[in-house]
Design a protein around this ligand. Structure first.
Ligand code: ARG
Length: 475
């Protein structure tokens, strides 16, 4: 159904109709559109624009339509341009021409953003929940691996020994920040654009505060032109999704490396691995690879919205319809990817022996030697030189630093006395780093317990948010 046409002599040319049509993707907004229309109808009754009797007829029609949509009994047809026109058509089919009143007091310009904001709030809560579950799974894995010593890497070269739980838990920290970004989004963006109408406000809808409250928003935006043209909230959401994508890609990359025959640090469950159509022996870490790959489209979607927003003048422009597909794509990508990652990590078996094997290889204890000397009054620059010469000596003897005996050590420098030997072990090195953010087992235990506490608090606010959102959406 076309929502315009009075001033046109002909209908739209087929190519225009095809270009302009958004119902194939914005149909996802159908239930939110009904909810916003219900609030608007009540607002129009309150202002005396429509009679209470007509209000009841329209509201009953909208509610019946909502049930039909939920049961797939009503959907859009070829002639519907967008979700708003499809809903109006469905309503008029049900209640007759009185249904045409729903278009009063608003425009698709404010309607579409109000629908879209509700959609985003709903799905951001869902994504927050999925990210939080993944963070908890990672923290559980980290907790089980606190006392597993591992080589810590920089530049993919052995650097210093660490607790493997520390390595795993770092991923949870990024994910917890993502959740706090979602919390910020909700705190900043729960303001209703409704009542802006086309761009200037409407004489028929003078109580946008009522609509905002009825829909569960914290308040109303303060400039109607900004309200219909602003898409910061979309760019912010897509930026959060892109950052989540980058985090997942890093987890994916590490699992792919750890799963290689060369590393052999992790065994993935069969249910979370794939085979090869040609090489019968293969078991591939596809989830981890897809996590890495899908970060590309999550980043691309952010770029797409920023490019669409750039340089737009005045109020609503049709360019803004381009805000939806990237958003739906990012959300639907994450809603599929996050549970798969969660399952892959929850069922993964870490090969503790293999991980520990390399903990002190590659002269990873060289810094211990230098730190020990500094604690005995040697300036670090000199200590660094001495430790370097110890590495050189080891290379010539084909030894690791922990294989040096005390005579060899005192030959390298007289200040390397027997106390140094206990530092030249993975456990000695790791457990000397007892600061709050360090890698000692006790520090990591405390870090994981704090992160688990933050995740439990997240579960609480997210489930409260979901409850109050679905309460507000109930018809
Ligand atoms: N489908 C449009 C969108 O998503 C709805 C608003 C249309 N407004 C208009 N003036 N044509 O932005």
């Amino acid at each position: 159904m076309a929502l315009w046409g009075g001033r046109f002599t002909e209908g739209p040319e087929a190519s225009l109709a095809k270009l302009s049509r958004s119902v194939d993707f914005d149909w996802r907004l159908a239930q939110y559109d009904i909810r916003v229309n219900l609030a608007n109808v009540q607002g129009l009754v309150n202002s005396g624009t429509i009679t209470p009797g007509n209000g009841e007829i329209i509201k009953a029609g909208l509610k019946a339509l909502s049930v039909e949509i939920a049961n797939s009994k009503f959907s859009y047809i070829d002639s519907d341009e967008d979700v708003h026109s499809a809903i109006e058509r469905g309503l008029v089919e049900k209640v007759g021409s009185v249904g045409g009143f729903i278009r009063s007091g608003r425009s698709r310009n404010d309607l579409v953003i109000t629908d879209f904001k509700l959609y985003l709030i709903d799905h951001l809560l869902n994504v927050a929940n999925l990210v939080n579950q993944l963070a908890q799974t990672i923290l559980d894995a980290a907790f089980n691996n606190i006392e597993v010593t591992a080589p810590g890497f920089t530049h993919l070269q052995h650097a210093q020994p660490i607790s493997f739980g520390h390595e795993l838990a770092k991923h949870a920290q990024g994910l917890l920040r993502d959740i706090s970004r979602i919390e910020d989004w909700l705190n900043r963006n729960s303001l209703s654009p409704f009542g802006a109408s086309a761009l200037a406000g409407s004489p028929l809808q003078l109580d946008p505060e009522f609509i905002a409250q009825n829909l569960g928003f914290d308040g109303v935006l303060s400039n109607s032109i900004d309200a219909v043209s602003d898409r910061d909230f979309v760019a912010e959401a897509l930026s959060i999704f892109a950052i989540i994508g980058v985090h997942l890609s890093k987890v994916g990359e590490e699992f792919t490396i750890w799963n290689s025959k060369e590393f052999n640090w992790v065994q993935l469950d069969d249910a979370y691995s794939t085979g090869s159509s040609i090489m019968p022996q293969k078991k591939n870490p596809d989830i981890a690879e897809l996590a890495r790959g899908k970060s590309g489209r999550l980043i691309g979607n952010l770029t797409a919205i920023l490019a669409a927003m750039k340089g737009l003048a005045f109020a609503y422009n049709r360019d803004l319809q381009e805000d939806k597909e990237p958003t739906f794509d990012s959300i639907e990508t994450l809603e599929v990817l996050l549970p798969a990652m969660n399952g892959m990590i929850a069922s993964a078996k870490f090969n503790k022996k293999e991980i520990e094997k390399g903990a002190i290889e590659g002269f990873a204890l060289a810094t211990e030697l230098a730190d020990y000397l500094v604690q005995r009054g040697v300036p670090f620059s000199e200590a660094h030189e001495i430790a370097g010469s110890a590495v050189k000596y080891c290379e010539s003897k084909n030894k690791e630093l922990n294989e040096l005996n005390i005579d060899e050590l005192t030959d390298i420098d007289a200040r390397l006395e027997s106390g140094v030997l206990e530092r030249l072990t993975a456990l000695g090195a790791i457990n000397s780093r007892t600061s709050s953010l360090g890698t000692s087992f006790n520090s990591v235990r405390e870090q994981i317990s704090l992160a688990k506490g933050a995740a439990s608090e997240n579960s609480l606010w997210i489930s409260n948010g979901v409850k109050s959102f679905s309460g507000m959406m109930a018809l």
